[in-house]
Design a binder for this molecule. Structure first.
Ligand code: NAP
Ligand code: ZN
Ligand code: ZN
Length: 349
């Protein structure tokens, strides 16, 4: 057991503050990773503030983890000491159900184990995430990280990256498709990068006029302000897909009406309150609403390898852990360009 530095939320109403946690001794299949960087996902805020109603406190958030392997168990095959390694949103699952066998561990029928705000498969040990200096994870849930990319900017690929890559692949988005990306934050900016890389025509749908130049720089072909009534109307029946990354409650019907016949709205944003959708908005034009949850381990590795080959990383603002509560406040205002990443060296002070 190692006692290490972390930052935790003690309850839903108190800012995150220094905390210490124990990490287990690496078992035969475990990899011990010194965490170098951890991205800040909006899901960290939802959970630290118990907005989804399922929070376990104290909570050490963080599921966009990259670092260096410091120890490996006797049976570990994929990693040796000194290798780069990544950990995303999952640290375990049953590994036996249909979905696990298909590499869809995020949908484990017996319940996958989240990197934080979850219990290990023993049903009692809480998991603690990447706002910390060290983590011990089974190698089956540890990813290989390409060595040619900026490591801090790789961290957000572990959640924001896979969460947008996976549905774009599932719905086979590519050349000839018109894709709208709703919300330019952590997930949104990765959705733009991937959809452009896969050959689609990409329109950024944003509530922030100040993000137009960035959207274009990220590769978006068009930028549409969601408050621009005329521009929005001109895009009625326009898109094949809209990938919705918005974290706060909003009217889905506005965007459903922008889908052409057979179009699909892909929900990845997870607002705390339910949306209301009249059946007629789906019936007319045979539109669909779908959702997608992160991605399984094989696809997460595929995404990281794709990013290594195509030089895709996140646009980040590196922060010391001491700025985490400020970063949360800025994200709630949409003031993020486009992912905060914690430099965990700041935890050792
Ligand atoms: P983020 O970086 O904070 O970005 C969210 C963006 O949504 C904002 O930058 C803003 O973009 C827009 N937005 C925020 N509040 C809004 C409002 N009231 N009305 C309209 N637009 C608003 O968040 P993120 O980390 O990308 O996460 C986004 C959502 O995805 C969260 O709910 C998160 O929990 C969820 N998530 C889901 C999965 C999954 O597996 N499905 C995985 C990770 C995260 P503009 O300024 O451009 O309008
Ligand atoms: Zn996340
Ligand atoms: Zn399973």
């Amino acid at each position: 057991m190692k006692n290490i530095h972390a930052y935790a939320a003690q309850d839903a109403a108190t800012p995150l503050a220094p905390f210490s946690i124990d990490r287990r001794e690496p078992g035969p299949h475990d990899v011990e990773i010194e965490i170098l960087y951890c991205g800040v996902c909006h899901s960290d805020i939802h959970q630290a503030r118990n907005e989804w109603g399922n929070s376990i406190f104290p909570m050490v958030p963080g599921h966009e983890i990259v670092g260096k392997v410091t120890r490996v168990g006797d049976h570990v095959k994929k990693f040796k000491v000194g290798d780069l390694a990544g950990v995303g949103c999952l640290v375990d699952s049953c590994r036996e159900c249909h979905n696990c066998k298909e590499g869809l561990e995020q949908f484990c029928e017996n319940g996958s184990v989240g990197t934080y705000n979850a219990l290990e498969r023993d049903g009692k040990t809480p998991t603690y995430g990447g706002y910390s200096t060290l983590i011990v994870v089974d190698e089956a849930f540890t990813l290989k990280v390409p060595s040619n990319l900026d490591l801090a900017a790789v961290a957000p690929l572990l959640c924001a990256g896979i969460t947008t890559y996976s549905p774009l692949r599932y719905w086979k988005v590519g050349k000839g498709h018109r894709v709208g990306v709703l919300g330019l934050g952590g997930l949104g900016h990765m959705a733009v990068k991937f959809a452009v890389s896969f050959g689609a025509e990409v329109t950024m749908l944003s509530g922030s006029p100040s993000k137009e130049a960035d959207a274009k720089r990220l590769g978006a072909h068009k930028f549409l302000l969601t408050s621009d009534k005329e521009g929005m109307k001109q895009h009625t029946n326009y898109f094949d897909f809209i990938i919705d990354t918005v974290s706060a409650p909003h009217d889905y019907n506005v965007y459903l009406n922008m889908l052409r016949t057979n179009g699909t709205m892909i929900c990845v944003g997870a607002p705390p309150a339910p949306a209301q959708v009249p059946a007629f908005n789906l019936i007319l034009n045979r539109r669909s609403i779908g959702g997608s949850l992160i991605g399984g381990l094989p696809e997460t590795q595929e995404m990281l390898d794709y990013c290594g080959e195509h030089n895709i990383v996140s646009d980040i603002e590196l922060i010391p852990i001491q700025k985490i509560n400020e970063a949360y406040d800025r994200m709630l205002k949409g003031d993020v360009r486009y992912r905060f990443v914690i430099d965990t060296a700041s935890l050792k002070d």
